[in-house]
Design a protein. Structure first.
Length: 480
RNA sequence: CGGGGCAUGGCGCAGCCUGGUAGCGCGCUUCAAUGGGGUUGAAGAGGUCGUGGGUUCGAGUCCCGCUGCCCCGACCA
């Protein structure tokens, strides 16, 4: 294997590993404007599979999809004080249109709470109009200066759900329900173990009363906020006048929520499962679950091998497996093996003249590198064999990632241990600090409160930082 | 926004100091062999050297302006 073709190892330079793997696996490319991203078909298919898994879960809870404008009047942003304060620095503002200077500048949506608030105010008159449950699949723009493909780009794709409810309790339930949807998706579709928790006041969404989050640990021990669900209380209802008449004919403000998950999650999958050979995609979301590499020398062999390979492709496709046949004629099998491993295809079938004779194929699993992951199996019942293997790979990925996270999460009781823990992973601590103290910790260690886990232990303890009695546990980590 | 660097075929770079007809690797095209872990050989295609000005008989190379991008620091999903 030529050195120049090898990836930088993750331990050597995780950042460089990530960048080259994204480019070389054909997931994405850089756009011509600084900070923009072009998602290539392979990356976009992965995103489509994510979309599909989420979309059906949303719809199962009564949510409908809709489309809203990307342009929002500047004045809308200014109606919710904290919201505008949070987003002002990263807005893209349109000042000219059709060759004319605009009377009021228009912003490109950084998120749609304001235009949703404006619209919901018109749509909602009565308690009979509630709950109102919409979701948008769109892209938003936030003027980021430091960019990284999928993780932080000037424009990114996501979904944003927006709901309005008659009561505080209902809104709180919805906020939690969508968090659970995200967690279920992350764990069971992406095999990304996540911690459900609540954000600290400092990390909360601009304009929310409560932000719930799923936090994942990447392969370098850093945290990635992978999805968020916000309880907006009556903040936006009051700013935009979303009122309804209740059954007693009394005017009430509605309670709203919003929740989002972005193409950032693609980055989460890459950094959770990848190894030094490239991506490892979870079978349930992988664009191709199996790649077939035919092997032959002479023309006579070629015909026989390709015929068998095509038959197998058809059998697997009929069984509902996503299959790619790599019949490129100008590349050697060895090259193809490495290529598809880099791209993270969960399983590979090699079929050559020897297999034709023996009615077998070589079946390799991506999560076990090298020859250890390769076995020779019968062509009979191959679809079932592959199905079972994919299920097994999916489960192994989750187990492995969960183990990694737990091994790199440490319960610590003093600042020195804390500093060591957040070098390589998460620190789980009793916390009773103020906002100022939280900022101080961030300054001194670069670690932030990722969340207060929803699952809290019984009892209380001593804050590792202030020494005061504390009644809640926080997870700290360095974050993307 | 503050500090540093870079700009030359699709990509990565050399050439600049010391001015004289633009080169290397990868990739791409064609052909042949090869093919069970990153395969060879041969023949090709492809560049107004980021941009505007200046110096000079002559500028990729020297000088000045502009623009863009990358890296490092403060904000973010």
């Amino acid at each position: 294997m030529a050195d120049k073709d090898k990836l930088v190892s993750r331990s050597e330079d995780f950042n460089e590993w990530y960048n080259s793997v994204v480019l070389r696996a054909d997931m994405a490319d850089y756009g011509p404007v600084r900070g923009t991203m072009i998602v290539k078909p392979y990356g976009w298919t992965l995103w489509e599979n994510i979309q599909q898994a989420l979309d059906q879960r949303f719809k199962a809870t009564g949510v409908q999809n809709a489309g809203f404008p990307m342009f929002i009047p500047m004045s809308f942003l200014q109606k919710e004080a904290k919201h505008v304060e949070g987003f002002a620095p990263e807005l893209a503002v349109v000042t000219h249109g059709g060759g004319q200077e605009l009377g009021e500048p228009i912003v490109v949506r950084p998120t749609s709470e304001t235009i949703i608030g404006h619209t919901y105010a018109n749509w909602i008159q009565s308690y009979r109009d509630l709950p109102l449950l919409l979701n948008l699949w769109n892209s938003v723009v936030r003027w980021e200066l430091r960019t990284k493909l999928f993780l932080r780009t000037l424009e990114f794709y996501w979904q944003e759900g927006h709901t309005a409810h008659a009561t505080a309790v209902e809104a709180a339930e919805r906020t939690r329900m969508m968090l659970d949807v995200y967690a279920d998706f992350a764990i069971n579709e992406a095999a990304v173990p996540v911690i459900r928790g609540e954000k600290s006041e400092l990390e909360r969404f601009a304009g929310a009363n409560q932000t719930l989050t799923i936090e994942a640990m990447m392969g370098d021990g850093k945290a990635l906020q992978s999805g968020t669900s916000h309880n907006l209380g009556q903040n936006f209802a009051k700013a935009f006048d979303i009122q309804y008449l209740d059954p007693n004919n009394e005017l009430q403000y509605a309670w709203t929520t919003s929740w989002g998950l972005s193409t950032r999650f693609v980055g989460a999958i890459i950094m959770t499962h990848g190894d030094d050979n490239g991506l490892i995609l979870p079978p349930r979301l992988a664009p191709y679950q199996v790649v077939i590499v035919p092997i032959y020398r002479k023309d006579a062999e070629k015909t026989a091998v390709l015929t068998a390979a095509q038959r197998i492709q058809q059998e697997l496709t009929d069984a509902g497996i996503r299959v790619k046949m790599d019949d490129r004629d100008n590349l050697t099998p060895g090259y193809k093996f490495n290529d598809w491993e880099l791209r993270g295809v969960p399983a590979r079938i090699e079929i050559g003249p020897r297999d034709i004779e023996k009615n077998s194929v070589a079946l390799a699993r991506r999560d076990v590198p090298g020859r250890d992951g390769k076995q020779f199996v019968s062509q009979d019942g191959l679809a079932a064999t592959v199905q079972a293997l994919l299920v097994d790979i999916q489960a192994s990925l989750l187990t492995r990632a969960t183990q990694f996270r737990d091994e790199n999460t440490h319960d610590v009781t003093n600042y020195d241990e804390f500093k060591t823990a957040v070098q390589t992973g998460f620190a789980r601590v009793w916390w009773d600090g103020s906002n100022q103290e939280e900022l101080k910790v961030k300054e001194e260690t670069k670690a932030t409160i990722r969340c207060f886990p929803l699952e809290q232990p019984e009892g209380s303890g001593t804050c590792f930082y202030t020494g005061r009695p504390a009644n809640k546990i926080a997870i700290f980590g360095r974050a993307y």
